[in-house]
Design a protein around this ligand. Structure first.
Ligand SMILES: *Cc1c(COP(=O)(O)O)cnc(C)c1O
Length: 361
């Protein structure tokens, strides 16, 4: 076994809600720790999945995902040949890491960010260079550019970033790309871009057509409410797309998932409603934290990263009240996915009461 794999710290997945409910004796548990869609999934998807022809079960799926490919290409204004589909965006992180990294190579990230970039760099025997964010948790592009050297084969940009929720302008990203050698890949993870206040102005979707070394990634797990179906994709330049298709397992995305994702693309009403409800909750939470004097990062996503000195204690209290937040991403900080308006109201009341209790005690 490779040394790098022997010492791996595995990604800690979410525990099933049913198991948590049982463990904590709760009748209801709201999971606000995985950035899932609290409004469920489009009914168009449910219909499409139910109408899927089961007699196709013994056949391999369409390896090209052609119907979905054409729909996404049209939606995003890219060439269908630039698209590579994956089993969640997670699998795309695996694919690019094994394609572009070898032993001794380096990977640059802005920290904190999504932990899978580091995990798959490590599996590939590459070294991670973490560049701390600025005081307001935005990316320090100057320091990031300084970290680039000939051994750096990949730079990850998560926009908006998980766990901070902060977003960077397209101008700032493009200015950074222009400082990166053309042999170094710049991977832009846009898992949360649909939630941004101005997603159309923020997205780097057209950059792979302009810069060969730029890749833009999306997922259906968040705004599209398809986390359980496991599908994401990346847009590559025409120089790299054929190689990535060769690296990809031919039948990675099954037919039911292809059908679900196509239906989801075709129901933009569901996505727009999700984004609008999320934006209202985001505003309510930012107003609440401002009122309470709680420090938080400006969010452009479907979650918020906030500071509370006894973070683990607060999370534990809320878990016993039926709300699970994400701990362990930075000492004294918690990440909370925005839930429904009703859960938002209830949770803000709980936190306000908790703060009152603990300051009086
Ligand atoms: C959720 C998430 C992903 C992975 O999503 P999949 O469910 O695998 O499609 C990728 N990147 C970031 C930053 C995420 O938060």
């Amino acid at each position: 076994m490779k040394e790098s794999v022997r010492k791996l710290q595995p990604y800690v997945p979410e525990q099933p809600v049913a198991a948590l409910k049982k463990a904590f004796g709760l009748s209801r548990l709201v999971r606000l720790s995985a950035n899932e869609n609290p409004y469920g999934t489009s009914s168009t998807v449910a219909t499409a999945v139910k109408n899927w022809d089961f007699s196709e079960s013994n056949r391999y799926p369409d390896a090209d995902a052609m119907a979905l490919r054409l729909a996404v290409a049209k939606q995003q204004g890219v060439d269908p040949a630039q698209l590579v589909f994956s089993v969640g965006l997670d699998e795309m992180i695996v694919m690019v890491s094994r394609t572009f990294l070898g032993a001794g190579d380096q990977v640059v990230v802005s920290a904190p960010t999504f932990s899978e970039y580091a995990l798959h760099a490590e599996i590939a025997d590459a070294t991670l260079i973490s560049v701390p964010t600025l005081a307001d948790d935005h990316i320090d592009f100057e320091a990031l550019a300084q970290a680039i050297n000939p051994a750096v084969k990949m730079v990850w940009l998560c926009n908006p970033n998980n766990p901070t929720g902060t977003s960077e302008s397209l101008a700032a990203i493009e200015a950074f790309i222009q400082q990166v050698p053309t042999e170094t890949m710049v991977l832009i993870d846009e898992a949360y871009i649909d939630f941004a206040a101005d997603a159309a102005a923020l997205t780097a979707m057209q950059l792979p057509s302009k810069y060969e070394n730029v890749v833009v990634m999306r997922t259906f797990s968040k705004a599209y409410g398809l986390a359980n179906f496991r599908i994401g994709y990346a847009v590559f330049s025409k120089a790299y797309a054929p190689t990535m298709q060769a690296v990809r397992l031919p039948y990675n995305v099954n037919s039911v998932t292809q059908v679900a994702a196509l239906a989801a693309v075709q129901d933009q009403g569901f996505v727009q409603a999700t984004v609008a409800k999320n934006a209202a909750e985001r505003q309510a939470w930012q107003d609440f934290f401002t009122q309470q004097g709680i420090k938080y990062d400006q969010s452009d996503a479907n979650f918020i990263f906030f500071a509370y000195p006894a973070a683990e204690k607060l999370a534990d209290y809320l878990l016993h009240q039926g709300y699970r937040l994400r701990t362990g991403l930075r000492p004294g900080w918690l990440r909370m996915t925005f839930g429904t308006a009703a859960d938002g109201l209830a949770l803000r009341k709980l936190i306000a009461a908790y703060l009152l209790d603990t300051t009086q005690a």
